[in-house]
Design a protein around this ligand. Structure first.
Ligand SMILES: [Cu+2]
Length: 139
């Protein structure tokens, strides 16, 4: 009796091991595939902000005070970063006539920066007080 039962027990063990190896192999393969695609996406999202800040060579500040951009007319070389700061109690914007830039509403002491890389004339105004006009010339 003992001689007949042993081969059956061994066959059962081999079958059980084979099934568990197959299941484990499939599960591990799925995990690697999804993990790999997630990692590949992350670096692409981080590249644009770094290149924007790296292009600024000089920096100019324009104060908005008493409903006037000071200075209202400036000439700068390409690659200059212009920062507007609102020194009034009232909110203002720095809004490009040609829609090249738009600060949105700036409250007291709020700042907005834009890097001018291309030569040209950039007239702008305050969207809240359209009589406030100024121009940046890049050459
Ligand atoms: Cu204004």
């Amino acid at each position: 009796m003992t001689m007949k039962t042993r081969p059956v027990t061994i066959l059962c063990l081999i079958a059980a091991i084979a099934v568990s190896v197959l299941l484990a192999g499939c599960a591990a393969g799925d995990g690697d595939a999804t993990g790999g695609t997630h990692k590949a996406i992350i670096p692409l999202d981080k590249t644009p902000p770094a290149s924007e800040t790296a292009t600024a060579k000089n920096e100019v500040r324009i104060e908005i005070q008493d409903f006037v951009f000071k200075p209202a007319e400036i000439t700068i070389p390409p690659g200059t970063k212009v920062t507007w700061i609102n020194k009034d109690e009232a909110p203002h914007t720095a809004t490009s006539v040609d829609k090249k830039f738009n600060s949105g509403g700036l409250d007291t002491d709020d700042e907005f920066s834009f890097v001018f890389n291309d030569k040209g004339e950039y007239p702008y105004f305050c969207a809240l007080h359209p009589h406030m006009k100024a121009t940046i010339t890049v050459k």
